[in-house]
Design a binder for this molecule. Structure first.
Ligand code: SF4
Ligand code: FES
Length: 242
C-alpha cells in the first residue's frame, strides 16, 4: 500500500518545528506504524537526512515508551491500542497520517515525536515507598487478597505510563495516571500504611509539575490503551478527602 506521513519535525526544544511530508510508496499493510517509521528512517538515512525521532521499546503494548498523536488522536484511532500495536491495515490505501508529539506543558519537547515524560516518574517518586515489616519473610498466605480485590487492583496496575491520558486531555491533566497508581496500591493490604500520605503527595506533585485539573471530559478514558476507567479519578478525589 501507499501512505503519506505528515510528521512534526523539530530539531530541538529551543528550535521551531514544522510539518514535513514523506511518502512510502510500497509498504505492507501488515507492518505497524512504528515499522513504517523505521522504513521511512532507512530512506532518510540513505538520502543523508536526519531520521525521525520517536520513542519505543517493547513494541508489544506493555512498556509505555511509545506514544504520539495520529490524526489528532493519542495512539491513533483504534481503541485500547498503543501506537506500537497500530497496523497500517487500519487505514485506507493512499491515506495521509499526521503524526505529532504529545503536547502538554508538563511534557517539554525533545525532538520530533519525542517529549520528556519524566514528570510521570516524579509523580511516582512523590508517592514514596511502601512499608514492609522486617524479620522473617512472611508466609505467602499471611496477607490474603480476595479475588475481586485482586482483579480490581490489577485493572489499575495495567497502566503503562504512556501519557496518552495527559495528551488527550484539554487540561493536560495526569489525573487518570495518578488515580491508576493510587488505586493499584490503595486496594491492596501492602499499600495501606502510606495510603493517605501517598494520595496527598502524588496529587500535590501533579500540581507542581504543571499538569492541569480534571474537568470530567473523559478523553483520558477514551485514549487509554489499557482501558483504565475514569471512575478511578472519582475514587482518587475521595481518597484526598479521606
Ligand atoms: S492511565 Fe492509560 S493513558 Fe494514562 S498513562 Fe496509564 S496507560 Fe497511559
Ligand atoms: S513500545 Fe512499549 S508500549 Fe509501545
Amino acid at each position: 500500500m501507499k501512505i503519506t506521513l505528515r510528521i512534526w519535525r523539530q530539531p530541538a526544544a529551543d528550535q521551531p518545528g514544522r510539518y514535513e511530508r514523506h511518502g512510502l510508496a510500497d509498504v505492507s499493510p501488515d507492518v505497524s506504524l512504528l515499522e513504517a517509521l523505521d522504513q521511512l528512517n532507512e530512506q532518510l538515512i540513505s538520502a543523508g537526512e536526519r531520521p525521525v525521532s520517536f520513542e519505543h521499546d517493547c513494541r508489544e503494548g506493555i512498556c509505555g515508551s511509545c506514544g504520539f498523536l495520529v490524526n489528532g488522536q493519542a495512539h491513533g484511532p483504534r481503541i485500547a491500542t498503543s501506537v506500537c500495536q497500530l497496523y497500517l491495515r487500519e487505514f485506507e490505501d493512499g491515506a495521509e497520517l499526521t503524526l505529532e508529539p504529545w503536547r502538554a506543558k508538563a511534557f517539554p519537547a525533545i525532538q520530533d515525536l519525542m517529549v520528556d515524560r519524566s514528570a510521570l516518574d516524579r509523580l511516582i517518586a512523590a508517592g514514596g515507598y511502601c512499608s514492609t515489616g522486617t524479620g522473617q519473610a512472611p508466609d505467602g498466605n499471611a496477607l490474603p487478597v480476595g479475588r475481586d480485590q485482586a482483579t480490581s487492583a490489577f485493572s489499575t496496575a495495567t497502566c503503562i505510563g504512556c501519557g496518552a491520558c495527559v495528551a488527550s486531555c484539554r487540561n493536560a491533566s495526569a489525573s487518570l495516571f495518578v488515580a491508576a497508581k493510587l488505586a493499584h496500591l490503595g486496594q491492596l493490604p501492602q499499600g495501606q500504611p502510606e495510603r493517605a500520605s501517598r494520595a496527598k503527595a502524588m496529587q500535590d506533585q501533579m500540581v507542581t509539575e504543571g499538569f492541569g485539573s480534571c474537568s470530567s471530559h473523559l478523553e483520558c478514558e477514551a485514549a487509554c490503551p489499557q482501558e483504565i476507567s475514569a471512575d478511578w479519578i472519582s475514587w482518587m478525589h475521595r481518597e484526598r478527602r479521606g
